[in-house]
Design a protein around this ligand. Structure first.
Ligand SMILES: NC(=O)c1ccc[n+]([C@@H]2O[C@H](COP(=O)([O-])OP(=O)(O)OC[C@H]3O[C@@H](n4cnc5c(N)ncnc54)[C@H](O)[C@@H]3O)[C@@H](O)[C@H]2O)c1
Length: 446
């Protein structure tokens, strides 16, 4: 049993903490957000994430997980994870304030103990952060040299919101960065014990390579999506072409792989946008223009408005038209709307003078905080369609997949459906008399 503290109880920190606690480790989560802590103490998940409530209930009942806003409790831990947020600053660089604050708090608590502690940076940070920021802060605040009173490793996280518990328990690989062999071995051994027979490959490298791996990983995935969206735009202008068939055709090539080849309205979320911005900004500080990454971002910005363009093609002027948006979260199985594509999409429709009605199975509360009374909110997918002139599928929730074409026909004023996530069969919808278009679906001439 390992005593662990986790600084930051967002999707990464909280999921990591409860997964560690579920295996019998004694875990304490530290976060200054008292409302969040109150919810967690009641075993309420502060955000929507499958399995999280079950894991919280279980670990709180067993007494293996607890939370605090006082970081001094950290001094009893063997392992201290930094899993705080690293948002974008105005200029696109990474705001490392929370990482610095967490390092200060950990360092100060280490000053009060003689116990060795392994500090692990799980937050996504620009290359050099562990070595040139976290380490000196820990040394200064603890009064101890790295390697003696404490160890330091970089350990970027790759979990996906909506699948976070599974990803934390069964990761594809573990990346451990550092310069202190003993610290890296300790962390490797902890993960070996935690994962047992399912321990994935472990990459041991420098802090900096570990930090770049995380950015490169997200940039590559975003590039795949922007790539297939580019091909989707070609397909839309090619009679009888369909990007779905094209994606299947290239995805079966082992060198390419089928994942992240779903054409749609673009990527968003809490990570890709800020991480790509950070990578671009970091590269520029090195006097290097990462033109390819910039093109990935620019392609995505345009793609977010594609559904507005398709709606205009179908309806002409959008002024006064009622647009139903199905899906607001940046992806299914989450209520997270950080940088969700639905936000610029809805703003695009509002700019055209349209009236927007929206529905999402999980993100309604977050959407209301963003759009307030500028749009209306439906309480289910069918209600969202009532009297609509056009419906946009903006997030591929399973709940939408089972809505039959008949429902669109019966509920909508004009049955125009733009499938921004390609969840429906174009043939089925068209044969019911619905004007159906989808991302990457070419004009049908036969
Ligand atoms: N969300 C994801 O899917 C994901 C996936 C992989 C990696 N990451 C990275 O992991 C990190 C955390 O992401 P997130 O989405 O969980 O963050 P988040 O911003 O949602 O949550 C961070 C939490 O840290 C807390 N916090 C701030 N300062 C603190 C301090 N000094 N001590 C303790 N807690 C503090 C905040 O109150 C907040 O609850 C980021 O660097 C992110 O880029 C996120």
């Amino acid at each position: 049993m390992t005593q662990i503290s986790v600084f930051g109880l967002g999707p990464v920190g909280l999921v990591t903490a409860v997964c560690f606690a579920r295996k019998g480790n004694q875990v304490i989560g530290i976060d200054p957000d008292r409302d969040r802590l109150e919810k967690i103490r009641e075993a309420e998940a502060p955000f929507f994430e499958p399995k999280l409530k079950e894991y919280l209930t279980d670990t709180i009942a067993k007494g293996t997980f607890s939370v605090a806003d006082d970081s001094s409790v950290n001094m009893r831990s063997d392992l201290a994870y930094i899993a705080v947020g690293t948002p974008s600053s105005e200029d696109g660089s990474v705001d490392l304030t929370y990482v610095r604050n967490a390092a200060v708090a950990i360092g100060q608590s280490l000053r009060e103990t003689t116990q060795y502690q392994l500090v692990v940076v799980k937050s996504t940070v620009i290359p050099g952060t562990a070595r040139t920021l976290v380490k000196p802060v820990l040394e200064r605040e603890s009064g101890k040299p790295a390697g003696k009173g404490f160890g330091l490793c970089s350990n970027p996280e790759f979990l996906r919101e909506g699948n976070a518990v599974r990803d934390a328990e069964l990761p594809d690989r573990i990346v451990i960065g550092g310069e202190d062999v003993d610290a890296m071995t300790r962390l490797g051994n902890f993960y070996k014990e935690f994962h047992g027979e399912t321990t994935p490959p472990v990459i041991r490298t420098t802090h900096e390579s570990a930090e770049v791996i995380k950015y490169a990983n997200n940039a590559f995935l975003a590039m795949k999506v922007s790539f297939i969206n580019t091909i989707a735009n070609v397909a839309e202008r090619t009679p009888n072409a369909d990007v779905k068939a094209i994606a299947e055709g290239i995805g079966l090539d082992e060198r390419i792989g089928s994942k992240f080849l779903n054409a749609g309205l673009g990527w968003g979320g809490s990570c890709f946008p800020k991480d790509l911005k950070a990578l671009i900004r970091y590269s520029k500080t090195l006097d290097y223009d990462p033109e390819m990454i910039e093109a990935v971002v620019a392609t995505n910005e345009k793609q977010k408005q594609r559904a507005v363009q398709l709606a205009k093609l179908a309806l002409g002027s959008l002024k006064g038209k009622r647009i139903a948006i199905l899906g607001l979260a940046f992806k299914p199985e989450t209520d997270d709307m950080r940088e969700a594509v639905s936000i610029p999409l809805i703003r695009g429709f509002l700019t055209e003078g349209a009236n927007v009605v929206a529905y999402d199975p999980a993100a309604m509360q977050n959407a209301k905080a963003i759009f307030r009374d500028r749009i209306t909110y439906a309480s289910d997918p069918c209600g969202c369609l009532d009297q609509a002139d056009c419906c946009i599928i903006a997030t591929e929730w399973d709940e939408f997949k089972t809505v039959a074409p008949r429902v669109f026909l019966e509920r909508m004023r004009r049955p125009v459906v733009i499938d921004g996530r390609r969840i429906y069969s174009a043939d089925e919808f068209s044969s019911e008399g619905i004007r159906f278009s989808g991302i990457g679906l070419g004009p049908r001439v036969c």
